[in-house]
Design a protein around this ligand. Structure first.
Ligand SMILES: [Zn+2]
Ligand SMILES: [Zn+2]
Length: 343
């Protein structure tokens, strides 16, 4: 029986600690993947803190993994050469039958079986068992750490951006300058949008400009809504993508939108917000939530990375045993790009 070493949450608000478990026999249609890398994000910090998602403890986080198939339980010929190959893992185990699954929105499956690292034990571990259909092949020569970010860093903003329609020459505000924002800027550039990035750290904003943002605004040094208005000739931005999830900013983001504009919410917190009701109706403002991605989006993200159109930026590679350091680095938020566990 395979032994699995994992960094687990034993108590909310406390540090993770290593535990060794024996893995149950592999289920039919599943692969056992030897994890090589896993991206760490704000969702993991929320999990550790016990705010938002609260799975039963002990719990192993990790929803942004890549790895190598070591075993599988199938005689489906489509998977016959999977052993020994490298894959990115889509974390959502979906029903495949509901109207959302069948209409290409399995990321919001109505009967979600579970999500790796969110509701079922994830990839802060040597191994995970996952349905074979959740595996997306990695291109030859792609590094596991880079590939691990295809979902959480590239596919997440990709889904939100695609929902905004044609963005050619549109003014798009990106709130945030973390790993997601830096990928969002590259995607928006490919679509010929004019990107206005709003962040708090000068160093990150400089990188955002290097990656193609037209304007960068430091929100700590003045009124960013006024600056957006000036840049857009007083009309406001066509679209705003909130990757930061700071409830204080949402009313400001709405006031930075032009009439008929769309606010796309990707980042979130558990707080309530109050909004200008009248403006939403009279200026026909749209507010859209965007959650995660489908397996197809993950394929698309991998292809964009393969062609070099979007490259996630890695700030730190941290070994599994030091997962607590990885959590601190994300919590502290000062590094440019994403923290990745290497396993
Ligand atoms: Zn994530
Ligand atoms: Zn479903």
């Amino acid at each position: 029986m395979t032994e699995n070493n994992a960094m687990a949450i034993h108590q909310y608000g406390q540090e993770l600690s290593m535990e060794t478990t024996r893995m149950a026999p592999l289920k039919r249609g599943y692969a056992r993947v030897r994890i090589r890398a896993n991206g760490v994000c704000a969702t993991d910090v929320k999990l550790v803190d016990g705010v938002g998602f609260k799975p039963a403890l002990p719990f192993v986080p990790g929803h942004e993994p890549s790895g190598i198939v070591e075993e599988m339980e199938t005689d489906d010929p489509r998977y016959k050469d999977y052993i020994g190959k490298s894959f990115v893992i889509s974390p959502h185990i979906t029903c495949g039958e509901c109207e959302n699954c069948l209409s290409g929105r399995e990321n919001i499956c109505l009967n979600m079986v579970g999500s790796l690292g969110i509701s079922i034990n994830g990839a802060f571990a040597q191994y995970v068992d996952i349905p074979l259909k959740n595996l997306v092949e990695m291109p030859e020569g792609m590094d596991h750490s880079v590939a691990a970010l295809a979902g959480g860093v590239v596919a997440v903003p990709l889904v939100a951006i695609r929902a905004l329609g044609n963005l050619m020459e549109k003014n798009v505000v990106v709130l945030g300058s973390g790993g997601l924002a830096l990928a969002a800027i590259q995607i928006l550039n490919n679509l010929s949008a004019k990107v206005i990035v709003v962040g708090r750290k000068e160093e990150k904003l400089r990188v955002a400009k290097e990656l193609g943002a037209s304007v960068s605004i430091n929100s700590t040094s003045g009124d960013y809504v006024k600056e957006i208005m000036e840049y857009t000739g007083g009309r406001g931005a066509d679209n705003v993508i909130d990757l930061a999830g700071d409830p204080k900013e949402v009313p400001k983001l709405l006031s930075a939108l032009k009439r008929g504009g769309t606010l796309s919410i990707v980042g979130y917190s558990s707080s309530q917000i109050s909004l200008d009701y009248r403006r939403i109706a009279l200026d026909a403002i749209q507010i859209r939530g965007s959650r995660s991605y489908t397996r197809n989006d993950l394929r698309l993200a991998v292809n964009l990375m393969k062609s070099g159109k979007v490259m996630p930026i890695i700030s730190h590679k941290v070994p599994l045993e030091s997962a607590n350091n990885a959590i601190s680095l994300v919590r502290n938020g000062s590094s440019i790009g994403r923290v990745v566990l290497e396993i």
